[in-house]
Design a protein around this ligand. Structure first.
Ligand SMILES: Cc1cc2nc3c(=O)[nH]c(=O)nc-3n(C[C@H](O)[C@H](O)[C@H](O)COP(=O)(O)OP(=O)(O)OC[C@H]3O[C@@H](n4cnc5c(N)ncnc54)[C@H](O)[C@@H]3O)c2cc1C
Length: 397
């Protein structure tokens, strides 16, 4: 947004300030590959200021609170900033403390997350010497960012332990509160087929009540149990604490905004983008990218006190690693679930929707370069922010 807005807004009239508690930006999709030794820390970490244009002020401080009536942002050292327009892009964080027994004696010994760099690195260390047993990938609650990452994780684990020659000693299970592997029916059917072909079990409708560290078991609210030797988990996801402290969010600290314009439902000069927003779309980088085009138009309209005409349609686009150098691809929005077909060129592709191909896998790998070099710098891409039906097989609707 800063890259887009700095070009469009005169420096004499508009100051643009970014506040971030970190001076590092993470390519989070790369965390998936770290446990399996495909990526290292240097592949996923860059300084934020490298990606900002000149004419932006970057403040490295923790945001404590927002006063949406007086338009004031209070920072951790009690200094404050005023604003005319506020864009909140504080993402979602994992909260392992919120599940009983999760951050206990086994945390980062036999229980790991891969949604943080530290978690992914610790899991890599574990996998290097692990001789096998029950590997459980569990999701605590919805919503969580990148709903396809746990599916990719179990597929990559299958390939990793096969290549290590110990797959027969590793039982892989995906435990999820969802009724199936994914949220949308056609993709769920396809992905369930992929998992069962790899001998990966799915336990659906499982709501974790606590983790029994002594007996190494997940225990659900309805007293079902799943034993594990190594547990990889997606802990509870929540928006930033300052959103709750400011009365700007829902019960999970996600921000209720208009699902098309991204404007806060109560405060018209506040907008939210990316994982921080409470929207019925996926919490995914692709969604943040498509939202940015819409939000850019709407910020310009808001400045001119015009009606917000640009509308976000919920567009999400994700490559899904399925292991052994293959991946599938899903493209969908608020209204249309992922369908089979070709992407982005009808009849040609080169990417295939809901099929596992090596070209899709190349797309996933190429994405890291695209992220650092095109997306963060807000350079144009030949993919519309609105989902296109071209190339999609609608007979599956
Ligand atoms: C393992 C994994 C795999 C993924 N794979 C994919 C994929 O294949 N495709 C895809 O599209 N997406 C994927 N994602 C999701 C994607 O990374 C996120 O959706 C995306 O990064 C969200 O961007 P964001 O700007 O909303 O939030 P973030 O990138 O998380 O940025 C939030 C920023 O807010 C800052 N912040 C938070 N609180 C404060 C505070 N109090 N004060 C100051 N600053 C604060 C943080 O420091 C951070 O810089 C994946 C994520 C993970 C974890």
């Amino acid at each position: 947004m800063a890259n887009k807005l700095r070009k469009a807004l005169g420096k004499a009239e508009w100051n643009i300030t970014i506040v971030d508690k970190e001076d590092t930006h993470y390519y989070q999709p790369g965390f998936l590959f770290i446990p399996f030794g495909n990526y290292t820390k240097k592949d996923v970490v860059k300084p934020i200021d490298k990606y900002l244009p000149s004419g932006i002020t970057l403040i490295k401080k923790d945001i404590q609170k927002i006063d949406p009536v007086s338009n004031i942002v209070t920072l951790a050292d009690a200094t404050s900033l005023t604003y005319d327009i506020l864009i909140i892009a504080s993402g979602t964080q994992i909260k392992p403390d919120e599940t009983l027994g999760l951050k206990d004696v086994l945390w980062q010994k036999d229980i790991f997350d891969f949604y943080t760099l530290e978690g992914a690195l610790a899991l890599h260390k574990c996998f290097e010497s692990w001789k096998g047993g029950k590997l459980v990938m569990a999701i605590t609650e919805i919503p969580f960012k990148c709903p396809i990452a746990p599916i990719e994780f179990v597929c990559l684990a299958d390939a990793f332990f096969t290549k290590k020659g110990i797959r027969n000693n590793v039982e892989i299970t995906l435990v999820t509160p969802l009724p199936g592997a994914f949220t949308k029916p056609i993709a769920t059917q396809m992905l369930s087929g992929v998992l069962s072909s790899k001998n990966i079990n799915i336990i659906p409708d499982f709501y974790i009540e606590h983790i029994d560290n002594e007996n190494k078991k997940l225990v659900s609210y309805d007293e079902k149990e799943v034993p594990f030797d190594v547990l990889t988990i997606v802990p509870v996801n929540k928006g930033a604490d300052f959103i709750g402290a400011s009365g700007l969010g829902d019960e999970l600290n996600f921000i209720p905004v208009n699902k098309q314009t991204l404007q806060h439902e109560q405060y018209k000069n506040i907008f939210a983008i990316g994982d921080a927003a409470a929207l019925p779309s996926s919490k995914a980088g692709s969604v943040a990218h498509f939202e940015a085009d819409v939000l850019f138009e709407n910020i310009l309209s808001a400045i001119k006190t015009e009606t917000l005409e640009a509308k976000f349609d919920g567009h999400s686009n994700c490559y899904i690693e399925t292991g052994f150098g293959k991946a599938t691809l899903i493209d969908f929005n608020y209204e249309t679930e992922p369908l089979p077909g070709n992407f982005p060129i009808p009849g040609i592709g080169p990417f295939k929707l809901l099929k596992t191909t090596w070209i899709n896998h190349l797309g996933k790998l190429f994405f890291r370069w695209l992220y650092w070099n095109i997306l963060l710098k807000a350079r144009p891409l030949p993919v519309s922010n609105h989902m296109s039906m071209a190339g999609k097989k609608t007979d599956r609707l």
